[in-house]
Design a protein around this ligand. Sequence first.
Ligand code: FES
Length: 144
Amino acid sequence: MYTEKVMDHFMHPRNVGEIEDASGVGTVGNAKCGDIMRIYLDIDENQIVRDAKFKTFGCGAAIATSSMATEMIIGKTVQEALEVTNKAVMEALGGLPPVKVHCSLLAEQAVHAALWDYAQKKGIVIEGLKPPVNDVDELDEEEG
Ligand code: FES
């Protein structure tokens, strides 16, 4: 039921870990399944994501999407990173089974939460960035 790419990122996740003194850290969960994801960003003075790491206490699809999402945002500006949607991550993975789509929202929202944390610390505004939610389940109705 999973594509080869999903299995690859699940079995060999990229960018697992933490960043010390990260520019931004974001944690989101899904109250329904109890899974939690944390994303760390290292952002340089030109607002480019130099590095991204994650820790995911969750299902295989959540691990695969966090792995792919971190790969996709490294090297991007904060504005471009904000535009990496869960749909784009899923497409890059060759798709997810419908019941696992909500897992990809964790990755998108954890990135947003980390960007928000960065913007707060720097006192800047990232256009289009909304305050993060702690529980992505609140978003399911809107976006799921
Ligand atoms: Fe919870 Fe996938 S089942 S994130």
